[in-house]
Write a protein of this length. Structure first.
Length: 370
C-alpha cells in the first residue's frame, strides 16, 4: 500500500512545473532594424575592477551601439573608474551617500539624472552582453509595445565548484517573480529582476525612478511595482543567449554574504501563492531525503524503491530547471540535496539579519533594513 507521504511528495514535485513552466527568451531577426542612438546605458559600480572591463568590452563590440555608457563610480577604492575611463565611458564620481539611501539606488538615480538618451538601460557590473544582445533587448522591447519595464535575469555562468551551490537560489529567484508560471501572462510579476532593466526615461521619472526605492536592498522589486501601479507593463525574460553574469566569483564567503543580504526581503515580497508553492516544493525535496535515509537505515526495500523513484523525478526536474538558467552541471542535479540544504541555511541567516538584526553587510557597507 502506497503511503500518504508518497502522494504528498509527488504532488509537491508537480508544483515545480507550475511555478517554473516557461522562461521566455529574447529573440530578434538579424535583418530587423533597431537603433540605439537614443539609448543610455547606466552602470552602478563599486569596487568592480574585476568585472567591469568584461561588461564594457561586451558592449563596445555590439553591432548596435548605445549613445552613451555612464559608469557611476560608487566610492570605489580599486581601479573601477580608471577602467571605465579607458573604455571611453562617461565616468561619474558618486556624491556622498545621503541618509536613507542604499548605494545602488543612489548610483542609478544619479546616472539617470545625468543621462542624455530617451531610453535607459540599467546594467549590473557583473553582467556581460552576448553578441547582438543589445539588438535583441531593444527589438524585444519594441515588440512588446515600447513602454513599461523590460526586466531580464541573466544566464548564470560558473567556473568554480562552490558556485554550483547557487542552484536553488537561482530557481527560487526566477520562480518567485511570478512571471514564469503555468498561467503565463495571466499573472503579473511581483516586480523586476535587479541586473538588467530597460525603460523609457520619461516613464522612469514619472513613476519615481530609484528615488522611491532609495533605501531598498532589492531595489528592483519596488521599481517594478512602481511601473505596475502606474498601469505600465513589466515584462520579464530569461537572459540565455543575450546577457549573462557570473555571481560572486571571489569565493564561498562572497557567495554566502551576497545571497544572505536580501533574500529574506525577496521572499517577503513574493505572492502568498508563490511562497506556498515554492515552500512546498522545497519541503517535498527535504521530506523525500528524510524518507530515503529512513528507508536505508531500516532496510525497507519497498520504500527504497518508491522514494528512490521519486528522487529520480526530482533529479530530472531540477536538471530541467537549471539548464535553462545557468551552466549548472548534471552532478548538481544528482546531488540536489546539497544546494538545497545550503539554500535553507543561508535563507535562515538572511531572515535573522534582515528581520532580527535589521541590518546586513555588503561590499564594506552596513545596510539597514526596513
Amino acid at each position: 500500500m502506497i503511503s500518504f507521504s508518497v502522494y504528498l511528495v509527488f504532488f509537491f514535485w508537480l508544483l515545480g512545473f507550475y511555478f517554473l513552466w516557461k522562461i521566455p527568451r529574447l529573440e530578434s531577426s538579424p535583418d530587423q532594424k533597431v537603433s540605439a542612438s537614443s539609448l543610455s546605458v547606466i552602470i552602478p559600480a563599486r569596487n568592480e575592477a574585476k568585472n567591469l572591463g568584461i561588461l564594457l568590452n561586451s558592449i563596445n563590440v555590439q553591432s548596435t551601439r548605445p549613445a552613451e555608457i555612464i559608469v557611476v563610480d560608487d566610492h570605489s577604492d580599486d581601479a573601477t573608474a580608471d577602467i571605465a575611463a579607458a573604455a571611453g565611458c562617461v565616468v561619474m564620481r558618486s556624491k556622498p551617500l545621503p541618509i536613507g539611501w542604499a548605494g545602488k539606488p543612489w548610483a542609478c538615480w544619479q546616472g539617470a539624472l545625468r543621462s542624455k538618451g530617451t531610453i535607459l538601460l540599467f546594467l549590473d557590473s557583473d553582467t556581460c552582453v552576448q553578441p547582438d544582445g543589445l539588438h535583441a533587448i531593444l527589438a524585444t522591447y519594441r515588440k512588446k509595445g515600447g513602454c513599461g519595464l523590460l526586466s531580464i535575469q541573466p544566464f548564470h555562468y560558473m567556473e568554480k565548484w562552490y558556485e554550483q551551490l547557487a542552484a536553488v537560489f537561482n530557481i527560487v529567484t526566477i520562480a518567485g517573480m511570478n512571471a514564469f508560471t503555468l498561467l503565463g501572462n495571466r499573472l503579473k510579476p511581483i516586480g523586476a529582476f535587479g541586473p538588467c532593466n530597460l525603460c523609457l526615461k520619461e516613464e522612469y521619472f514619472n513613476v519615481g525612478g530609484h528615488e522611491i526605492v532609495r533605501g531598498d536592498i532589492l531595489e528592483s522589486l519596488g521599481l517594478g511595482r512602481a511601473f505596475l501601479e502606474a498601469n505600465l507593463p513589466v515584462n520579464c525574460y530569461g537572459g540565455k543567449g543575450v546577457i549573462s553574469f557570473r555571481m560572486y566569483p571571489d569565493g564561498f564567503k562572497s557567495l554566502t554574504e551576497g545571497f544572505s543580504k536580501g533574500f529574506g526581503t525577496g521572499a517577503k515580497a513574493t505572492s502568498v501563492a508563490g511562497q506556498i508553492c515554492i515552500f512546498c516544493w522545497i519541503f517535498g525535496g527535504v521530506h523525500l531525503i528524510r524518507h530515503l535515509l529512513q528507508a536505508t537505515i531500516q532496510g525497507s526495500t519497498n520504500n527504497l524503491v518508491v522514494f528512490g523513484a521519486l528522487n529520480i523525478l526530482y533529479i530530472l526536474q531540477v536538471h530541467w530547471m537549471l539548464r535553462r538558467i545557468g551552466t549548472f552541471k548534471l552532478i548538481t542535479a544528482l546531488l540536489y540535496p546539497v544546494p538545497l540544504v545550503f539554500f535553507i541555511t543561508v535563507f535562515c541567516i538572511s531572515i535573522f539579519k534582515i528581520f532580527i538584526l535589521r541590518k546586513t553587510n555588503w561590499k564594506g557597507r552596513t545596510l539597514k533594513t526596513k
